[in-house]
Design a protein around this ligand. Structure first.
Ligand SMILES: [Zn+2]
Length: 289
């Protein structure tokens, strides 16, 4: 029988996207590598950077909320019940659509687990949650990417959006110029760590990643910005947690097929582990939240 103890606290999600524009700025190492001669159109540039975890985290959380809501159970609203969130009718509308007020599932936030989303993400400022979401470090140089450390191959792009004057006498002078940081052709691993591990957390992660992959072209389940321009469509897949580091690296090696051993582990995961974790999630939800 598969047990939680056999799964490492560190798990990896493969993330692939043609174009990603995250709302929070991408941090780049441009100033290190450019020598002041940076040219964003130069394909040889070696600009790498970091995709901050905030957008990724919200995207994952939304997928997890759906997984629980599909089973006719409500989850914590991601926003505080006070202040500006309360204004307007958005919050109240959400409370009728699968959410309960944030923290309503606990009496004592330091003692009760609350709903599974509260349990995993933490509720209020003094609680960090039980899953650590890391940033993804990307580089255009595949040889330097360490997939076992949550890194990705990705190509930094600066997108320009010009709003041009239609008046002839303005000489089509740009009125406004917006620059967006983007990553193109992203392929890598997102590193997640459970601070505390419960089988239902793994079950929730499995189901959420499946859900997000199936719904990747739904506007609301795309990641980051520029969605109207094809940004944020993400292929995602939980990398078999039974894989060794060498096997994890091999997943990204386009020149190599999976080994027989990897195939055996896939069978084992699919037949034993995965159903056990999903069942644990179902039991947890049946118990209340
Ligand atoms: Zn809750």
């Amino acid at each position: 029988m598969a047990t939680i103890d056999e799964i490492d606290r560190d798990v990896y999600v493969r993330i692939q996207a043609d174009l990603l524009v995250v709302g929070d700025s991408i941090m780049t190492n441009r100033h290190h590598s450019s020598n002041g001669n940076y040219n964003e159109d130069e394909p040889q540039n070696k600009i790498g950077g970091i995709i901050p975890p905030f957008s990724l985290s919200g995207w994952l959380r939304h997928g997890m909320e759906k997984v629980v809501q599909k089973r006719d159970t409500t989850v914590c609203h991601p926003g505080e019940a006070n202040a500006n969130f309360r204004k307007g009718d958005v919050y109240d509308r959400d409370l009728n659509a699968g959410y309960h007020e944030k923290g309503a599932c606990v009496e004592d936030a330091n003692e009760d687990d609350g709903c599974v989303v509260f349990d995993l993400f933490g509720g209020f400022n003094n609680q960090c949650g039980k899953i650590m979401r890391r940033p993804i470090q990307f580089s255009p140089v595949r040889d330097s990417v360490d997939y076992t450390r949550g890194q990705a191959e990705g190509h930094y792009r600066r997108l320009n959006r010009n709003v041009v004057s239609r008046n002839r006498e303005d000489n089509r002078e740009p009125l406004r110029n917006t620059e967006l940081d983007a990553v193109g052709n992203l392929d890598g691993s997102w590193h997640l760590s459970f601070r505390e591990q419960k089988p239902e957390f793994v079950g929730l992660l499995i189901e959420a990643i499946d859900f997000l992959d199936t719904h990747k072209t739904d506007f609301m389940h795309q990641l980051g910005g520029a969605r109207n321009f094809g940004g944020g469509i993400v292929d995602c897949e939980l990398i078999n947690p039974l894989y060794s580091e060498t096997e994890l690296r091999r997943v990204f090696d386009r020149g190599k097929d999976p080994t027989n051993k990897m195939g055996e582990k896939d069978d084992e995961w699919g037949e034993e582990y995965r159903p056990a974790f999903v069942e644990a999630l179902e039991e947890r939800i049946e118990e209340g939240w």
